[in-house]
Design a protein around this ligand. Structure first.
Ligand SMILES: C[S@@+](CC[C@H](N)C(=O)[O-])C[C@H]1O[C@@H](n2cnc3c(N)ncnc32)[C@H](O)[C@@H]1O
Length: 409
């Protein structure tokens, strides 16, 4: 059982009183209960009655996720599940907001002091406008989203995200909330042992959870995290300093960065793409291609495309689009990402999907008293395309820029 991690404290993280901690633990456990107890009940409800009433009504069985949704939405069990899920989501943020508000003056002060102690860059340009697809609604119901600032040097939504996402993931992303980044770096190190990136860019870094493992595991590299939200970037810089990591952060749009052509050897993102838009995603691929040096790698970790999974799983995942303020969640999974990468300049033969085994699985196997050999086995086991965390690995889209571009040749 992986859900045993407690979040590791650091100097920028809000501290919880006993009451706040109890409320937060309840929010996390409630989510866990829904996942482990209510969610599995959807399959028998679908097979036992919802699919049959759909067939009776339409004269044919449901065939795709839209049909399955039409069959399930009128069912009281599904309504109960969907409502509980939404309540749990709102509750988890609420359980953290009071805690952040209570200690905001101290959190602002400590973030400022931590940032001032860092030698790495923090760039927040004047007059930067975040894109509307980020500001138009509170994505995954997080009040204030990633960009809201109500005072000078605000970091509140960064602090809210740091603690809230730990509860959201129910501990599955490890004590430092960094499993995605750690898993992708492990994947790169295992599969491309000769690849030694000198400069690394993490697009859509939020508070730097996934960014820091790149510096930890490639200590000689210059690492940058960029995000459109000023408060999350400020918090990321303070958090990195608190954790003793020399990582640069900037408020910047991944569609159009200020980095020179060919500047990076590795451009990564982690669950960024599904929070963008149909217009932004191709631009992000083009920008990644532009800032990559010849031979460099672009890796986007996100949930897998719909065509890699069965319609019932598609239906389950697509509930995020309908009930969790994730408007691009489903649409992004229908896009042909390999074709998008090709349009951005990558050769089709150099683009593929794979699964990066979750680093916490290896950690848990080791912590459970398994031998080193057994925990390595977890890392080496064959993952099925379409498998997704928790329980498996992170889906990664990998594209390599040709070693010599037409311009460079
Ligand atoms: C789900 S969070 C990413 C989490 C983070 N990568 C991690 O691993 O912890 C998505 C982030 O992408 C950012 N974002 C969305 N569109 C962006 C863009 N065009 N350029 C840069 N950041 C963007 C949002 O502000 C948000 O912080």
């Amino acid at each position: 059982m992986l859900n045993t991690f407690q979040q590791a404290p650091h100097a920028a993280l809000p501290k919880a009183t006993a009451d706040e901690a109890a409320r937060q633990e309840f929010a996390k456990s409630f989510k866990g209960f829904i996942q482990s107890t209510l969610l599995p009940g959807l399959t028998p409800v679908y097979q036992g009655r919802a699919a049959r009433s759909f067939e009776k009504q339409h004269g044919r069985p449901p065939v795709d996720r839209r049909d399955i949704r039409a069959a399930m939405v009128p069912d009281p069990y599904f309504q109960h599940y969907a409502a509980a899920n939404r309540i749990a989501q709102e509750l988890l943020w609420e359980s953290v907001i009071g805690s952040v508000d209570r200690q905001l003056p101290e959190l602002l002060e400590s973030a400022k002091a931590l940032s001032a102690s860092a030698s790495a860059a923090l760039e927040i340009p004047e007059g930067f406008e975040p894109p509307r697809y980020v500001t138009a609604l509170d994505i995954h119901c997080m009040p204030g989203g990633y960009c809201t600032q109500v005072c000078a040097d605000d970091i509140a939504v960064g602090a809210l995200y740091d603690r809230g996402v730990y509860l959201y993931a129910m501990g599955y992303t490890g004590p430092d909330n960094d499993d995605m980044g750690r898993s992708v770096v492990n994947y790169v190190k295992r599969n491309m042992p000769d690849f030694k990136p000198r400069r690394i860019l993490d697009m859509g870094c939020t508070v730097g959870h996934s960014t820091l493992p790149y510096k930890e595991l490639f200590p000689d590299a210059e690492v940058w995290g960029i995000d459109v939200g000023a408060p999350v970037v400020r918090y990321a810089h303070a958090r990195a300093a608190a954790m003793g990591q020399d990582v640069n952060f900037a408020q910047m749009n991944a569609e159009n960065t200020t980095f020179p052509d060919g500047h990076f050897d590795l451009v990564v993102s982690h669950i960024l793409l599904h929070e963008t838009s149909g217009k932004a995603m191709p631009r992000i691929f083009e920008e990644a291609y532009r800032v990559l040096a010849p031979g460099g790698l672009m890796i986007h970790a996100d949930l897998p495309p719909f065509d890699l999974m069965d319609p019932f799983t598609q239906f389950i995942l697509d509930n995020e689009t309908w009930y969790n303020n994730e408007p691009f969640w489903g649409a992004m999974r229908d896009l042909d990402q390999v074709a998008l990468a090709e349009r951005a300049g990558f050769a089709r033969a150099d683009v593929r999907f794979d699964t990066a085994p979750m680093a916490v699985m290896e950690f848990a196997a080791a912590a459970d008293g398994y031998s080193q050999e057994a925990s390595e086995h977890v890392a080496e086991r064959e993952f099925t395309a379409g498998e997704f965390a928790p329980g498996g690995g992170w889906e990664v889209l990998i594209a390599r820029k040709p070693a010599k571009t037409a311009m460079a040749a």
